[in-house]
Design a protein around this ligand. Structure first.
Ligand code: GLN
Length: 310
């Protein structure tokens, strides 16, 4: 079936042309509001290393919350299971930037993929480092995962978010008030905004996720990134929490572990088969790429890759 994969990707790309521009580009981060809403890229990398791609797959975009998978992986590597003392593992059923739940749960965020949870994870990555070192460590880790030294942070996006990230400051201050952050709010958010501002292409992002599709080992580089148990567990979190209050719908329609970002990117994993990334900036009401979700739904349908069966 994977022999036909390029044809499938090309077909999906062609079919969705009429839908480009649908959805709403995130404009609460001023720098993201400038992105052309008709961009659309796809890349699928199989565990045997073949790359199938279409459209704007070689154009870097702001990965935003997709980066939360990489910072969680780093935090787990540094702190192991004690990571879970700081952040939960349950779907939130709330928007990605919700504050309400955090008060009810005394400053312990529901999961590592909502903003509050990812801010707590940034605090963990920061342990023993200056913010600059922690940002460097995250960037090096992403380059290592994707096996690509050209991946960079877009400082204008980080700056733009730092200037307007009122809600994230509110979330972080709130957690700090519950003694749930170990470092100054400015430092933690400096790390958070910079990892959200990493720019990657669909092809780079698909390659970076390959270790999750292959039991923790990147088959293209031979590097063991995490144990197979940890890879499985990160996938479980992506499936249940990776699309915020749209996670149930994504599981229903696509049936793959996936993580979205407000830049319009989604990274998804078909365990044992492939890692994939799509990019289309228009978002649905939950802040997930509208056309990107459709593309993954079509891909899962055509390949039979849903983790729930053919
Ligand atoms: N940097 C963004 C924010 O904090 C990430 C949100 C997202 O991609 N869902 O708002």
């Amino acid at each position: 079936m994977t022999d036909d994969l390029q044809a499938i990707v090309d077909r999906i790309h062609a079919k969705l042309q009429s839908r480009l521009g649908e959805g709403k580009v995130a404009d609460y981060i001023p720098q993201l509001a400038h992105v052309d809403p008709r961009k659309f890229g796809m890349a699928v990398v199989t565990v045997d290393g073949k790359v199938n791609s279409a459209g704007d797959c070689a154009e870097p975009f702001s990965i935003q919350s997709v980066s939360k998978v990489f910072t969680l992986t780093l935090a787990l590597g540094k702190h192991g299971e004690t990571t879970w003392n700081r952040v939960g593992r349950e779907p939130s059923g709330s928007p990605f930037n919700s504050i309400v739940q955090l008060e009810q749960e005394a400053g312990k965020p529901r999961n590592p993929f909502i903003n509050a949870g990812a801010i707590a994870v940034s605090d963990l990555v920061l342990a023993g480092h200056t913010p600059r070192e922690a940002i460097g460590e995250i960037l090096r880790f992403v380059r290592y995962l994707a096996d690509d030294e050209t991946i960079a942070i877009d400082p204008s996006v980080a700056k733009s978010e730092e200037a307007t990230g009122y809600r994230n400051f509110a979330l972080a201050n709130f957690m700090r008030s519950f003694n749930k952050l170990s470092h100054p709010v400015e430092h933690v958010l400096g790390v958070y905004f910079h990892h959200c501002a990493i720019s990657m292409t669909c092809t780079q992002l698909a390659r970076a996720g390959l270790f999750l599709a292959a039991n923790g080992r990147n088959p293209m580089t031979g590097h063991t990134v995490v144990s197979s148990q940890r890879a499985r567990r990160i996938n479980a979190l992506m499936l249940t929490c990776g699309h915020y209050d749209g996670s149930g719908e994504f599981a229903y329609r696509v049936g793959l572990p996936g993580k979205s970002g407000v830049g319009g990117g989604i990274m998804a994993v078909a365990p044992g088969r492939a890692s994939m990334a799509v990019w289309s900036p228009g978002l649905n009401q939950n802040g997930n790429s509208l056309v990107g979700s459709l593309a993954l739904e079509m891909l899962a349908d055509e390949t039979g890759w849903s983790v729930f069966g053919h």
